[in-house]
Design a binder for this molecule. Structure first.
Ligand code: SF4
Length: 247
């Protein structure tokens, strides 16, 4: 039975898993999370194939290359991102990369002229990202993200083991405590390619209309929705609120 169907998570169960996995290195953490016989059920990776995606994907490929990798194609990505997705997937021999987009009927109803991002970016993100991810995760009990605490103030409180309260699923952030230097060192050690736009100052890469390069002294995500108060697309709700047990 899917975890989602079992109801919300007991706060004690979350704390127990956080403690059990707390001191595991990145690969052992992923092995525990992706174990077929473990407590977490079916778990997918969600990747934007953005500027900081390669490390997690390389680790997943080392541990379990058959793991489903979900890419949300908003249909507003840079061509470079789509090319990077294909090249990196091939280089890492990822076996199950799945791209999901808004369904045509919803697109026609919600954003027929493809201009919603100009007038209401929250609604656009909800239609093109949040709802699509919820659909993509329907058959999974949990998901792995590449979020790191250093990326922005809105991510400073994330845990390695969390609970997606919106979707009633496990949420894992294996690299939560990694720093920018750690990522660079890992890239160098394993010869991983960078996103092609990183060299042009894009330290975080999202949809083309909503992403700009940053200056050296800016927050890594400062180029996302520049000039607005918006910090996140809504895929990640932090911190997650843990419900009391219903058991
Ligand atoms: S980042 Fe911009 S274009 Fe992409 S889904 Fe959000 S508002 Fe729409």
């Amino acid at each position: 039975m899917l975890r989602e169907a079992q109801g919300r998570l007991d706060v004690g169960e979350l704390a127990e898993q956080q403690q059990l996995l707390a001191n595991l290195g990145a690969l052992d953490f992923l092995k525990a999370v992706l174990s077929q016989s473990g407590p977490f059920g079916r778990v997918a990776v969600v990747s934007s194939f953005g500027a900081e995606s390669a490390v997690l994907l390389h680790q997943v490929a080392a541990v379990a290359p058959q793991t489903p990798v979900i890419f949300i194609d908003t249909q507003f990505h840079f061509d470079e991102t789509l090319a990077y997705r294909d090249a990196l997937s091939s280089q890492l021999a990822l076996q199950d990369v799945r791209s999901y987009s808004i369904d045509p009927l919803s697109q026609k109803r919600l954003d027929p002229a493809r201009t919603l991002h100009f007038t209401n970016s929250d609604r656009c993100c909800h239609a093109r990202k949040v709802g699509v991810l919820t659909r993509a995760l329907r058959d999974f009990d949990g998901w792995i993200s590449g979020q790191k605490r250093f990326q922005s103030s809105s991510r400073a409180g994330i845990n390695r083991v969390d609970w997606d309260d919106e979707r009633n699923k496990w949420k894992f952030n294996p690299l939560a405590d990694w720093r920018s230097d750690d990522l660079e060192a890992y890239h160098a050690e394993y010869g991983l390619p960078h996103h092609p736009l990183k060299q042009f100052g894009y330290s975080s890469v999202g949809c083309a209309p909503c992403t700009s390069p940053i200056a050296a002294d800016e927050d890594p995500r400062a180029g996302r929705w520049r000039g607005t108060q918006k910090l996140e697309c809504g895929l990640h709700r932090n911190p997650n609120i843990i419900a009391a047990s219903v058991a």
